[in-house]
Design a protein. Structure first.
Length: 525
């Protein structure tokens, strides 16, 4: 009943805002403040500029001195994008949403230098109700008071962002480059489908002890009776990102299965697509359950237990040599199974998001603070022999020592354009803490963390961005790299994986198959 009341009042609030006249109160001036310095610009002057007029005498000095290229700013100011009002309202009231708005409110303030949190939230919800959605003009129209911009805070944030971008590029440049090209034609092309037809089934298991139903898509190779062999088929379990559908990695499952693997993509009930839709519908106040940091690894161990006892399976599985592919929060799941230990004791001191606003993943990792009174058992599963981590997070969650107990080979697949988990703030520090030698760190340049962020950039920043090409390249890289890695550590194919210049997991080979400007860079240091 409480959840239904929560949903009712949230929806009612948005519906009421539809009936309220939008400009009963609105900003008339934008105040620019830098310490004791203060100047103001009329909103009308800004609106005229956004509509296409030349900057007037009131606005021009600020565009030239503070903001730079007026034409570029004008083009950006006209961009807009849509967002569902109910979904945005839900996000804005969540733990992550409130922290992001609080950080933005340190720059975009209400009068008397008050944090603009509440004004921003109401403004942005109003924007979602407008036909043009989010746009600079709508933000100016719907901001309920004069808008104060803290230039010192804004310049600090921009400087931190530029520094992070520059140091990331310096890091990439410092990775040793191959001294020569490699003839990739001498090896089978792992980017191509394998020889097996793919069979897919959807099944479910019920965990009585945790009252938890696990639905999973099971892919396995179609093996004809004439070629049936007693050799067990290796299994790869895919642990998805927050709110992702099971078909998010269907391309990967089909590719691996065509090369002789079996793949299981399961829904983790507390962070699945269905759970996220329930959050958007107002059933939950957060978009995933904090207990998922414990339940997700247990889901996979339970799945393996049940598969071991399955009567008349369609294929014989090798369940003592299992791989896990973890995407985003699924990477945290994979690391826990590989021996990583959650450091909940020291997590509180690592959870000040306002100090590190460029790392959005902190807002999800620090939901684990809700677990402080729940004992965390050892989540390691000895059946897991290799883990592939796509855009993972967990640096704060595992702390300084939690990853020192990882035993299985690790492959980290990251990008320099990750708006959620920046590689130098999150992923490379994790990689350094893993003590084993069998680990790989691959950067795929200029590819997004999610396809959604790529589409957002194409709508707002770069209209010429070919999102479909980005998606195709990203899928090709994921398919190839995961197959090469799992072949190395689950199949032990010496032709493919011998530690020599002729291996797939080699900087020269990766450079040879790269699609410019999305180069692949490998380091094991």
């Amino acid at each position: 009943m409480a959840k239904q009341n929560f949903k009712f009042f949230r929806v009612l609030a948005v519906l009421i805002s539809l009936l309220v006249p939008h400009r009963t109160l609105a900003a008339e001036r934008v105040i620019l403040r830098y310490g004791a310095f203060q100047r103001s610009i009329s909103v009308r002057s800004l609106e005229n500029f956004i509509e296409g007029d030349r900057p007037d005498s009131e606005l021009k000095p600020y565009l030239d001195v503070i903001l730079g290229n007026p034409q570029q700013i004008q083009r950006f100011s006209r961009t807009s994008f849509q967002f569902d009002p109910i979904k945005f309202s839900q996000l804005s009231y969540s733990y992550a949403g409130e922290n992001v708005l609080t950080a933005a409110g340190r720059i975009l303030k209400s009068p008397a230098s008050q944090n603009g949190f509440y004004s921003l939230r109401s403004t942005l919800i109003q924007c979602t109700l407008h036909p043009d959605g989010f746009s600079l003009k709508n933000i100016l129209n719907f901001f309920p008071t004069d808008l104060e911009i803290d230039l010192k805070a804004a310049f600090t944030a921009l400087s931190e962002l530029r520094t992070l971008q520059d140091t990331t590029q310096d890091f990439i440049q410092a990775i040793p480059k191959p001294s020569r090209d490699i003839d990739i034609s001498q090896f089978p092309d792992l980017r191509k489908p394998g020889e097996f037809n793919v069979v897919q089934e959807t099944r479910e298991f019920y965990d009585v002890g945790r009252d938890r139903t696990l639905v999973f898509d099971w892919y396995f190779p179609e093996i004809s009776p004439e070629t049936t062999t007693e050799t067990p088929v290796p299994l790869i379990v895919v642990s998805n990102g927050l709110g992702a559908k099971r078909n998010r990695f269907q391309h990967l499952a089909q590719h691996l299965t065509s090369h002789g693997y079996s793949v299981a993509i399961l829904d983790h009930p507390g962070s699945s697509y269905q759970r996220q839709q329930a959050f958007y519908d107002g059933v939950y106040s957060e978009n995933f359950d904090a207990t998922e940091y414990i339940d997700r690894p247990l889901d996979i161990s339970f799945l393996l237990d049940r598969l071991e006892t399955l009567s008349n399976p369609p294929v014989t599985l090798d369940l003592q040599n299992v791989g896990v592919f973890g995407y985003s929060i699924g990477g945290t799941t994979a690391l826990s199974l590989a021996g990583g230990k959650l450091d909940l004791e020291n997590l509180p001191q690592n959870c000040n998001y306002q100090d590190t606003p460029l790392n959005l993943s902190i807002l999800y990792q620090c939901r684990a603070l809700e677990l402080e009174n729940r004992p965390v058992s050892d989540l390691e599963d000895s059946r897991i022999k290799a883990v592939y981590l796509l855009f993972p997070n967990g640096n704060r969650l595992f702390g300084e020592t939690g990853l020192q107990s990882v035993k299985s080979p690790v492959f980290m697949h990251v990008t320099n354009r990750d708006l959620i988990t920046p590689l130098l703030l999150e992923q490379y520090p994790m990689f350094q803490k893993i003590p084993i030698s069998e680990k790989y760190f691959v950067i795929a340049e200029n590819l997004p963390h999610t396809y959604l962020t790529a589409r957002f950039f194409s709508q707002t920043v770069d209209s010429e961005l070919d999102v479909d090409r980005l998606v195709a390249i990203s899928k090709t890289y994921i398919n190839f790299l995961s197959l090469a890695f799992f072949d190395r550590y689950l199949q032990n194919n010496e032709l493919k994986t011998k530690n020599s210049p002729n291996t797939y997991l080699n900087p020269a080979y990766l450079r040879s198959i790269s699609e410019p400007p999305h180069f692949l860079h490998l380091t094991r240091q």
